[in-house]
Design a protein around this ligand. Structure first.
Ligand SMILES: [Cu+2]
Length: 162
């Protein structure tokens, strides 16, 4: 009974708003918008690992990844980035191409179209972030550090959309 009452109220409110106030706020009773994207903090370190190897997300969910390089070694020898790849891309091929892309932070220009989102290479004690929408198709999406050899020793993880 209550839901019927609310529904008819919303219809009435909608009709009123529709005529006179096209730019008015959402209908009364609607939930307030969520407070921005969900934040996922990931730490990278001199051990060439992320402390988060798996992220779960709902299809289309807005997510903000914040990457912090907690290491102490110079960026030139131990930089870290975070690259989330589209479905169907080949992580091994991506990192192989990345070796020759030092000037662009190990993001190969020719493979930009395989990236869903990325955080630029960070030196020690630096942080970076990126906000993106999780893919709408359920599945597993690989993320990795494309600094030379880091992926090969396990600096990677998956975004699980379900
Ligand atoms: Cu790395």
């Amino acid at each position: 009974m209550k839901s019927i009452f609310v529904a008819s109220f919303l219809v009435a409110a909608g009709l009123l708003a529709g005529c006179s106030k096209p730019e008015s706020a959402p209908a009364a009773g609607a939930a307030a918008p969520a407070g921005g994207p969900r934040v996922v903090n990931i730490q990278a370190s001199d051990t060439m690992k992320y402390d988060v190897a798996s992220i779960e997300a709902k299809p289309g969910e807005e997510i903000k990844v914040v990457l912090t390089n907690a290491g102490t070694q110079p960026k030139e020898v131990m930089g870290h980035n975070w690259v989330l790849l589209k479905a169907g891309s080949d992580p091994a091929a991506f990192v192989a191409a990345a070796v020759g892309a030092k000037d662009t932070g190990y993001i190969p220009a020719s493979l930009q179209d395989q990236i869903i989102a990325h955080i630029d290479q960070l030196g020690p004690k630096q942080s970076g972030e990126v906000t993106f929408k999780a893919p709408s198709a359920p599945g597993e999406y690989q993320f990795l550090c494309s600094f030379p050899a880091h992926y090969l020793v396990g600096m990677k993880g998956i975004l699980v959309v379900k």
